[in-house]
Design a protein around this ligand. Sequence first.
Ligand code: AHR
Length: 653
Amino acid sequence: MKRPLFFGALLFSALLGTQPTISQTLNMQVDVKKVGSPIQSTMYGIFFEDINYGADGGLYAEMIKNRSFEFPQSLLGWTSFGKVEVRDDKPAFTNNPHFVRLHEAGHSDKQTGLDNEGFFGVAVKQNATYRFSVWARLPEAGAGSIRVELIDGASNVLVKENLTFDSKEWKKYQVILKAPKTEAKARLRIFLTSKAAVDLDHVSLFPVDTWKGRENGLRKDLAQALYDLHPGVFRFPGGCIVEGTDLETRYQWKNTVGQVENRKLNENRWQYTFTHRFFPDYFQTYGMGFFELFQLSEDIGAEPLPVLSCGLACQFQNKDEKAHASVKELDPYIQDALDLIEFANGDVTTKWGKLRADMGHPAPFNLKVMAVGNEQWGTLYPERLEPFIKAIRAKYPTFKIIGSAGPSPDGKDFEFGWKEMKRLKTDLVDEHYYKDPKWFLTNATRYDAYDRKGPKVFAGEYACHVQSVKNNFESALCEAAFMTGFERNADLVQMCTYAPLFAHVDGYQWRPDLIWFDNLRSVRSVNYYVQQLYGMNKGTNVLPLTINNQPVTGKDGLYATAAWDKTAKAYIIKVANTSDKEQSVSITLAGLKKGVAFAKSTCTKLHSPDLDMENTLDNPYAVVPVETPVTLEGNVLNVKLESKTFAVYRLQN
Ligand code: AHR
């Protein structure tokens, strides 16, 4: 039947003098009998670093900037009026000693107080409630009081509440403010309303409705976006931020745990890394520290993967060896690593396990793996990593250690790094690549011929950078195509995490990024949906997938991989069509037993005719996955794959 029709079409077009579009069907075979390598539960994950206001001003829901008056300019973020003094005598918190003293203005018509600009504004939503809290003390006789207000951009009062203080000792007070309307650029204002002076510290404002309702909580929409990725692993807290511009400002996890108010402020290297995107008010308060990050890992069902300093300050910024800790000076760094394992997993009777329990989590966090060093290279790195490995393995023999292959995915330093990681027998090697679309497509075969005898691969940071550095569909499609190579090589590649994760539209230093937000809204980039499709359709084992007995790695612009999910009893086929033409593909589940039904089978597609299309705050759903049911004929699925499409077929009953 088919032949005469096709012939008829040829004849018709010959008569018209036109060429028919001949779409040759490609026969894709998935060998369901050859259940291959396991795909690790950690395979697709996320990487959090405090860049682009990802923590303070981002995921961490605190709305007050410089709440403890510890920024080098003590009142940065604040506007004071009347008689306000910054002091540090008999402080409430020894690690953050500064506080403000508010004195009566000296005339009944004059006012003393201060207001806070928040992070690019204090954004409130209509009818939502906000918890204002403050540590206060009465430095002199008499009752003390303040009025707390939320004011809009034109200084109109949105809501106000009074607070009275009754103690000469530092004490925490709080009051709930309900916003009568939505305002993106509100401010918090405090008036002294008593004759007596008051001391104030750690002035804080949180939405009551945080992720899981926690008081020192996370922004709900952003945490939800992480949860919805179904991540298997959660790498934190960096990135370059781990290393520090100098050792003094490196990330030290011990400074980020314990009482929130007493966590010592640190600078944030992303304040000044790019002078064309300079943010003098960017610091790390560590309100969201290691405890909160472990807790978040648990909440989103991902294995925690902390990264610790190896004693090298950022190597890009420090060419002089003296900037780094010498091998002889590494003991405190190694102790930090050992103590972190105790903090995460130790019994509540141990020093650090007890701190975890005191912070509200007596059960262990089940930490199994850590990275020592971020983007390190040269001989300086292995000579420092080696003593870490010895000490960690001596105390925790099964604990996994990840080493770095440096900042580039190839070249002399990369080769040397890998050689050294093999010698040191790290469990995994962390590779990073921020590259263009061509690189991503060509490198879909990157791992096919990798040495299987050495460490496994962790693709710890990657993102496709198109010239415009946008999160556009082209970058997402190239990532989807490239990631088929992760999955096909799941015996080797055991984790991957896109980077960076978050970006505030008013405060980014780096792009592209997975999730963008302002103070009221957030948007999931097209790249996010690629990660989500992989995360939700991981499977448990690789299945061989071929066209003409060859893996599908770019011929005809197609990239594909297949997996079996033994728990869901599903066959999962991922195909990226990067070509300019629609492709007819016939997918055969070769070796399938007769009579297997596939009643719940679906195809989820990410497609845009416009490669430059992106999801934005104002147009958040420009490119989103669309799911439709599909029907097999026996063991064959016939599909038409539009040009520039990523499709996930999930065949199950
Ligand atoms: O993801 C942004 C930065 O890129 C990371 O901090 C660093 O590891 C890499 O250079």
